[in-house]
Write a protein that binds this ligand. Structure first.
Ligand SMILES: [Zn+2]
Length: 343
């Protein structure tokens, strides 16, 4: 089969479009013909090499895919050949204290497609049958592939961890990213007033089309001052953070008293400083979040099928141009998700 692989960590030029043997599913697994696979920043971290992380080599990236079941081996539940399915990013044991409470990503056995396991930058992948989720033809394979990781991450952050409430004011940083485009929709669905930031007018317009009430061009304006102006000096109740050190301290400065910051990423730097005096006097909370649980993903998929949430596909590339697709993400040119068409 055709696949994009790398045999050693490095820059974009380590990615190779080549022929490799088709994966062989074991008991409880399915062989899936990959129709589409969405890109994530994790692809870049894994390609470059994460400290202490052991990954299978040669490696196939791609955390989230959609496709058709070719065959199953052993116990497959409701899944059968010919089904159109979503292959979600995470896999966990299903019975530890974290899995039972919806915190699958804290499971000691938590593994991710395209990271600990081979992913979807290929014509075929194998995955646990129990993890596959049937999809409807209302959306294209490319749109379905763009759903799981960003909506799950944003849902776990806003709904499960931060408990966003109707009427709250929420600042969504970097609306042009996949996770930002999901956060705007979820916060809006929960009845919050959404203020989104982005670096170009074109991205800000798309953020408003997705439901943002107000937008701030961070390339032209100081977003801390703009938040103060837009909230009558009160500040926002919640900041949705995933950028990192480039924005984190300013995000804290945007908070109202009793406000909270929820973060899932550090794409622009992982080290920040913190003035504890502001934290305790203003009674702020800083929360971390990482991925989410299978049950949350099933809830999200219901909302997608109902049209209440919609995936945002930025651009679709053929599999062989995975390198160009990653370059677009590194250069932050996208609004929403970049997707590979794999077969
Ligand atoms: Zn578990």
């Amino acid at each position: 089969m055709k696949a994009v692989i790398f045999e050693q960590h490095g820059d974009l030029d380590v990615l190779k479009y080549t022929d490799i043997p088709e994966p062989v599913p074991g008991p409880g697994e399915a062989l899936v013909r990959v129709k589409a696979c969405a890109l994530n920043h994790l692809d870049i971290w894994v390609r470059q090499g994460l400290p202490g992380a052991q990954i299978p080599m040669p490696h196939i990236l791609g955390c989230e895919s959609s496709g058709e079941v070719v065959r199953t081996v052993g116990e497959a539940g409701r899944i059968k050949p010919g089904d159109q399915v979503l292959v979600p990013p995470g896999l966990s044991c299903g019975h530890c204290e974290y899995c039972r409470t919806g915190y699958d990503s804290l499971c000691p056995e938590y593994r991710m497609m395209g990271y600990h396991l081979q992913g979807g930058y290929a014509e075929y992948l194998k995955a646990a049958s129990a993890n596959l989720i049937p999809i409807s033809p209302d959306l294209s394979f490319e749109e379905w592939a763009a759903v799981p990781l960003v909506f799950l991450t944003a849902w776990h952050m806003l709904v499960t961890r931060a408990g966003v409430q109707p009427g709250e004011e929420v600042l969504v940083q970097a609306a042009g990213s996949g996770v930002g485009s999901a956060a705007i929709q979820i916060a809006r669905l929960c009845g919050a007033r959404v203020i989104a930031t982005a670096g170009t007018e074109e991205k800000l317009k798309k953020a408003r089309d997705l439901g943002a009430h107000d937008t701030i061009n961070y390339a032209e304006k100081n977003f801390v001052e703009e938040i103060s102006r837009l909230t009558d000096q009160r500040g926002v109740d919640l900041v949705f953070e995933h950028v990192g050190s480039k924005t984190f301290e300013k995000s804290l400065a945007c908070l109202a008293k009793r406000g909270r910051v929820i973060t899932c990423g550090a794409t622009a730097g992982a080290q920040v400083t913190l003035d504890l005096r502001f934290l305790f006097v203003r009674q702020h909370a800083i929360m971390g979040s990482y991925m989410g649980g299978h049950k949350e993903l099933l809830d999200i998929i219901k909302l997608v099928k109902r049209g209440a949430l919609r995936p945002v596909v930025d651009k679709v590339y053929p599999l062989e141009l995975a390198c160009e697709a990653q370059r677009r993400m590194i250069e932050r040119q996208q609004f929403g998700k970049i997707v590979l068409r794999c077969s």
